[in-house]
Design a protein around this ligand. Structure first.
Ligand code: UD1
Length: 440
């Protein structure tokens, strides 16, 4: 079997101007939300990443007619003939975000038959917040091993409280509530920019949604929704990765369409490291000039507007060569420090204590053979490779292609030396190592 891998060479300071693709985490849920409508919708700024392609296959398998104009990043979806509420297990298992069709299917058909989404879900990657609230809304949920079946004769509006502001659970309950008669409240809702983009789309469809303080969504159900045309927000996680790439190589870049207010705490931490950041007056566009002697900073991940868990691994790479000690605490996911071991292979000085990583900056990282275990870990390792002496070879690149639309080309355009090799991986990697995975 041919296992492609990425080669990253130590690169010159990254320089230049780039723009972002649409946000993967917004587009996935927005495609799922089209199940709520009948008619032809058009989405602009759609990234061509593997997760997006999986979500397209999922909608097609339900009967939607879909055209993806990849070069133009335009997706046309006609959901008029959607006739199935039964999601193919093979598609479902490819990514956790497939669970996001459950709310829209319940709202449209009163039924949803799905397989448990990718990974060990009901155990350490639970979907209990989704299921508990669907039950409270009046759905009967049958769990049979790997399969979930939900049915309702009509969902009930009410006040649903999340014990944690889960992004996926907020989105799923929200999508099931927009067609439910009466007023539904989601208390302790996630308000990530991607959730707000979904709210924008649902409002364009005709939904009535208010965002109240503190972190509450109030949805007044409507009887039907119409198709939409919408441009997906720029990907703040791609923006973060590009800024770190410039910082780690001591370069200077401008991202023309990055939205600074989507990434305030992250930008604050880059500034504390000593990097210069300038924002365009209209709120779109971020310029970074890297410090030549970056200082280590500590941070803790938390729901928006805190430091995003999806930038924890990439930011850790930058701490590995910063001066001083950085304490990084992961609070969103209990097992999201798998990249520590891979960065250690590159010479990083990191001590892990539970969900904390204590990083002592070193003069240099060194190229090594490393394994990506989730989307953001793959990014962390590529970024580390850009500043490491020698050659870094990373396997597990399906995580990279799931999350990013050819980010290697964008980094290459800025001066990064990255190549995807479509041939046999080096023999020195063991089968066991390649088997380790994390689905986020
Ligand atoms: C989404 C993002 C992911 C990001 C995460 C947190 C997408 C496609 N993915 O994932 O990139 O890292 O938000 O910002 O948008 N939890 C439960 N029970 C549940 C649901 C979640 O215990 O029913 C826990 C999770 O295990 C995790 C925490 O809540 O510890 C946050 O997860 P959640 O916000 O739901 O993440 P996702 O929506 O899966």
């Amino acid at each position: 079997m041919v296992t492609p891998y990425i080669i990253v060479e130590q690169s010159q300071p990254l320089k230049g101007q780039v723009s972002l693709n649409g946000a993967k985490n917004a587009v996935l849920v927005i495609i799922a939300s089209l199940i709520l409508t009948r008619g032809k919708s058009v989405l602009h700024n759609v990234p061509k990443s593997d997760d997006v392609l999986h979500m397209i296959s999922l909608l097609k398998s339900l009967g939607a007619s879909v055209f993806f104009f990849e070069e133009e990043h335009i997706l046309q979806v006609d959901t008029t003939q959607l006739s199935s509420w039964n999601v193919n297990a093979e598609v479902m298992k490819k990514m956790r975000a497939s669970i996001l069709v459950m709310g829209p299917l319940l709202a449209r058909f009163g039924k949803a038959d799905i397989a448990a989404p990718g990974g060990c879900v009901i155990g350490s990657r639970p979907i209990d917040f989704h299921l508990k609230n669907f039950k409270k809304m009046g759905a009967t949920v049958f769990e049979n091993g790997d399969y979930l079946s939900a049915v309702t004769t009509g969902l009930r509006a009410g006040r649903y409280v999340l014990e944690y502001p889960s992004v996926g659970a907020t989105e799923n309950i929200l999508m099931s509530a927009v067609l439910t008669p009466g007023q539904t409240y989601i208390v302790n809702a996630a308000l990530e920019p991607e959730v707000m983009d979904l709210i924008d789309v649902l409002r364009k469809m005709g939904a009535n949604i208010q965002v109240l303080a503190p972190a509450t969504l109030c949805i007044s159900g409507v009887s039907q929704l119409q198709s939409v045309e919408h441009t997906i927000i720029p990907d703040r996680l791609e923006a973060g990765s590009l800024l770190i790439a410039a910082a780690i190589t001591k370069g200077e870049i401008e991202i023309t369409n990055a939205i600074a207010e989507h990434m305030d705490v992250f930008l604050l931490k880059l500034e504390e490291m000593g990097h210069s950041i300038r924002l365009n007056a209209n709120g779109q566009g971020i310029y970074l000039k890297a410090s030549q002697n970056p200082r280590a900073v500590s941070f803790k991940t938390s729901p928006y507007p805190g430091f995003p868990t999806d930038l924890q691994a990439p930011m850790m790479a930058a701490q590995c060569i910063a001066e001083g000690i950085s304490v990084i605490e992961e609070t969103v996911f209990e097992n999201r420090l798998v990249h520590v071991r891979e960065l250690q292979k590159m010479g990083a000085q990191i001590k892990q204590e539970g969900t904390k990583a204590i990083v002592t900056g070193v003069e240099h990282l060194y190229g090594a053979q490393v394994i990506a275990t989730d989307i953001r870990a793959s990014c962390s390792l590529v970024l580390a490779g850009l500043c490491a002496k020698g050659t870094t070879r990373m396997t597990g690149i399906h995580h990279w292609t799931r999350g990013y639309d050819h980010l290697e080309k964008k980094l290459g355009f800025l001066g990064g030396n990255i190549t995807i090799v479509n041939q046999e991986m080096p023999l020195s990697l063991t089968v066991n190592e390649l088997g380790r995975e994390n689905i986020l």
